[in-house]
Ligand binder design. Structure first.
Ligand code: OGA
Ligand code: CA
Ligand code: FE2
Length: 494
């Protein structure tokens, strides 16, 4: 993992340096005769090699300088050598019409456990530790002060929190009726691996996405037994078995039995706190600090979702999920919908970065789990295997690759998307899967700051242009960082 991170040129230099040294003593010209290895031509060859070597070293230095050039401008004095960030190297746009002069800074993780110093508030240095490289995930203790944590929780209570997930409503079968789907068609839709059988995973995943009910494999077996659905008892539903069930048989069964909050994907309450002009100073300070932390253009942070404050009671949880969806050509981002030319059936939040703040230390449980962090490979199918469901944070947090224990004031942050290699948002990072483990003792408070960026650069640019034209829009930029990016062109100001 770390092998690729070390600069190879350093090692090469010492090796080739020592290789040239033993050649020097025989080159005492006075003792050499014409036929010896110390002839003039030999000397010329050595000198040519020596010069080529020097030129190579200089070229390498230039390369390193230019590929990490941008962050030098924004680097604040506290960063140690090697603990700096590197922005994406700028390459000429691949298409002539795709003019971008913006490169998103991506902080380097270096290796797990690496600590870099960051300057976020005047007169204070924070330490930022790399927790994983897949996803690129960092932890910053003391990001918020005790007072700030208290204020955020109080403001959230003052505003009032709502259930994060509403209890299921039926009536979904109407959609199927409207589409006039046959049982075969529905079966084919659910049979993800197209093997002509419905495995437990296929039904579980479907139920979670469709109505937010988190069935466990045992629940499903109970339902099969209750409905006598799995006639041959092999744990799979064949098309014949499926045909005998009515369209909404599962839902009806669940409704009759009653669904508890603990059986939902998420069991918490939350609210949103606006962080713009006129909001509480603490909220504005947090936004400024997040901008400094992520080193993204302030506009992007300003135009992102408000701060989400979440409260979990004892027994609360949030099963593993992605904060943002995958990118398909037809996917629109919620925040740039305004600027989308066409309406699309798919919409996602496009949360490039998640900054998660722990507002209190939790007495028991409540860790944030990353089930597949730094896994060698990602295999969606193996996430749910027979009776072990790695996505289930009520049962299987102990099997997660990484767990972060909530500690008051600590922030963790990670990238939900990879880079596209050209300084913009790339593919969704599947390793960014995470969830909140069940709180076994006490209450848990967290806040989320999501930074929304559209993977479609043009759409993000259009959106910002539109927003900047709105007379009511806060053109505040009281942020000190804004001076370095201020420009009349929205493209430069992204
Ligand atoms: C979230 C989330 C994790 C946690 O709110 O999206 O993933 O530990 N929370 O509460
Ligand atoms: Ca199947
Ligand atoms: Fe999340």
């Amino acid at each position: 993992m770390t092998d690729g991170q070390e600069p190879p040129e350093a090692e090469d230099a010492t090796q080739s340096g020592s290789a040239t040294l033993p050649l020097r003593p025989p080159c005492d010209r006075l003792q050499c005769n014409k036929s010896s290895v110390c002839s003039r031509s030999y000397f010329v060859v050595v000198m040519v090699f020596f010069h080529v070597y020097i030129i190579n070293v200089i070229a390498l230095l230039f390369y390193v300088h230019y590929s990490s050039g941008q962050d030098d401008a924004s680097r604040s004095g506290g960063a140690p050598p090697g603990g700096h960030q590197r922005s994406e190297s700028r390459r000429p746009p691949s298409k002539p019409d795709f003019q971008r002069d913006v490169s998103l800074t991506r902080i380097e993780g270096i290796r797990v456990g690496h600590v870099q110093k960051v300057s976020l508030v005047p007169g204070k240095v924070h330490e930022m530790r790399t927790l994983s490289l897949k996803p690129l995930l960092f932890e910053i203790p003391g990001f918020l002060s005790e007072d700030e944590c208290r204020v955020v929780m109080q403001l959230a209570q003052l505003k009032g929190l709502m259930e994060s997930q509403l209890m299921v409503q039926d009536g979904q079968e109407e959609l199927a009726k409207e589409l006039n789907l046959s049982p075969e068609e529905i079966f084919n839709l659910l049979d993800i691996n197209q093997d002509g059988q419905l495995q437990l995973q296929e039904i579980l995943t479907h139920s979670r996405v469709r109505d937010g009910i988190w069935l466990t494999p045992e629940n499903l077996r109970e339902i099969y037994a209750g409905l006598k659905a799995d006639k041959d008892g092999n744990g799979l539903l064949s098309l014949e078995e499926f045909r005998l069930l009515s369209n909404d048989a599962f839902q009806r069964f669940l409704m009759q039995r009653g669904v508890k909050r603990s059986q939902l994907v998420r069991n918490s309450r939350h609210t949103w706190l606006y962080q713009g002009k006129g909001s509480h100073q603490v909220l504005q300070d947090i936004k400024t600090r997040v901008t400094r932390l992520t080193r993204l253009p302030p506009h992007l942070v300003d135009l992102s979702e408000p701060l989400q404050v979440v409260r979990y009671e004892e027994g609360g949880h949030y099963h593993a999920h992605h904060d943002s969806g995958p990118v398909y050509p037809e996917t629109a981002c919620t925040h740039t919908r305004l600027a989308a030319n066409t309406s699309t059936p798919f919409e996602t939040s496009c949360r490039y970065i998640t900054v998660l703040f722990y507002l209190n230390s939790v007495d028991g449980g409540g860790e944030t789990a990353f089930p597949v962090a730094d896994n060698r490979t990602y295999d969606e199918v193996s996430l749910i295997q027979n009776d072990v469901d790695l996505l289930d944070t009520r049962r299987n947090c102990d099997k997660s690759n990484l767990r972060v224990k909530p500690s008051k004031g600590t922030a963790v942050f990670w990238y939900n998307y990879l880079s596209d290699g050209r300084g913009w948002v790339g593919e969704q990072d599947e390793y960014a899967l995470h969830g909140g483990c069940v709180v076994t003792n006490g209450i848990k408070w967290v806040a989320n700051k999501w930074i929304n960026i559209d993977p479609d650069y043009q759409r993000q640019a259009r959106y910002q242009q539109l927003v900047s034209q709105q007379p009511e829009e806060e053109d505040d930029e009281g942020l000190p960082e804004s001076t370095e990016t201020s420009s009349p062109s929205i493209h430069q100001d992204l």
